[in-house]
Design a protein around this ligand. Structure first.
Ligand SMILES: NC(=O)c1ccc[n+]([C@@H]2O[C@H](COP(=O)([O-])OP(=O)(O)OC[C@H]3O[C@@H](n4cnc5c(N)ncnc54)[C@H](OP(=O)(O)O)[C@@H]3O)[C@@H](O)[C@H]2O)c1
Length: 270
């Protein structure tokens, strides 16, 4: 892991989903290094707690309560930046949610609710940011996906689809942005202990603390790689699984992950 320099190449950052979990830890770390961090999420009291917890740091937290599924709220924020110092140098689109459900509970409504936040919400933010970055030919954008986007995982049909779509979207944009001074990266973490993963009722391999994840993310943002992924050993294992033919992949997963048989589950749930 590289040493973080004492001064960072950005003055301002916007982080979505900064109220808790990974986003909160990244916001705190950037604030510690002197950045003005525009921290957004829907819950304003979590954002105010973040601001108060950083009052002795070098930088500043500016809470911006907003919902990424509402483009009008994003437009209002862009307008205020346009009238001031412009969109921040660094944008981390981290906000997301998870709603695990097995095949026998599959529902279009739950899928579209999750996709509305993780995929459409992130796209709602990419649109105005990218337009402004392209206009001034500068800026750094990082999009939070997940290793769950590499291949299908049990109970993660909707979540995995949202993250796979984000990875693919970023790959395409990265190619389109060649020759510009805009830096685009995708972040693919393994398991990080946050309120989102606290819901999981299984043992999470290679579980990391959000503060450790924030350091990995900052290191990755400073580096040249398109993909910021961690923890390394777990990620390498998943990248290897990605190369396997379906028969091997399904065989391995079915052996190592306890999947509730549908009939039993249906009996249990009535
Ligand atoms: N934790 C992990 O193991 C892990 C692994 C891989 C990837 N990730 C990804 O990392 C990101 C952060 O995850 P986390 O574990 O830190 O989750 P978390 O603790 O649940 O935090 C999610 C943050 O996103 C915000 N958010 C959710 N919906 C929003 C919306 N519609 N508009 C604005 N903000 C919204 C939440 O605030 P409000 O509810 O107040 O809006 C909260 O601040 C997610 O994209 C997740 O998929 C997490």
């Amino acid at each position: 892991m590289r040493n973080i320099p004492s001064s960072l190449p950005w003055k301002t950052a916007w982080i979505t989903g900064a109220g808790r979990g990974i986003g909160e830890s990244v916001a705190k770390l950037l604030c510690h290094y002197g950045l003005t961090v525009y921290a957004s999420a829907r819950n304003s009291s979590e954002l105010n707690n973040l601001k108060n917890s950083c009052c002795n740091e070098l930088g500043l937290i500016v809470p911006i309560p907003m919902d990424i599924t509402d483009p009008r709220q994003i437009d209002d924020m862009m307008l205020s930046w346009d009238q001031g110092h412009g969109v921040p140098d660094l944008v981390i689109l981290n906000a997301g949610t998870h709603d695990p459900f097995p095949a026998h509970e599959f529902s279009a409504e739950r899928c579209s609710k999750l996709l509305r936040t993780n995929l459409q919400g992130t796209i709602n933010c990419i649109d105005p940011v990218l337009k402004r970055f392209i206009k001034r030919n500068s800026g750094q954008l990082a999009v939070m996906a997940s290793v769950a986007g590499y291949r299908g995982l049990p109970t993660a049909a909707a979540y995995g689809a949202s993250k796979a779509a984000l990875i693919n979207l970023c790959e395409a944009l990265r190619l389109d942005l060649k020759g510009t001074d805009i830096k685009l990266q995708v972040i693919n973490p393994g398991f990080v202990r946050t309120p989102l993963t606290d819901k999981n009722d299984f043992k999470m391999p290679a579980l990391m603390e959000p503060e450790e994840a924030a350091v990995e993310i900052l290191n990755g943002l400073l580096g040249r790689r398109f993909e910021i992924c961690f923890p390394k050993r777990f990620v390498y294992l998943l990248k290897f699984l990605r190369l396997l033919p379906y028969s091997w992949y399904f065989g391995l997963l079915e052996k190592s992950v306890k999947v509730e048989p549908e009939t039993e589950a249906v009996d249990k749930h009535g």
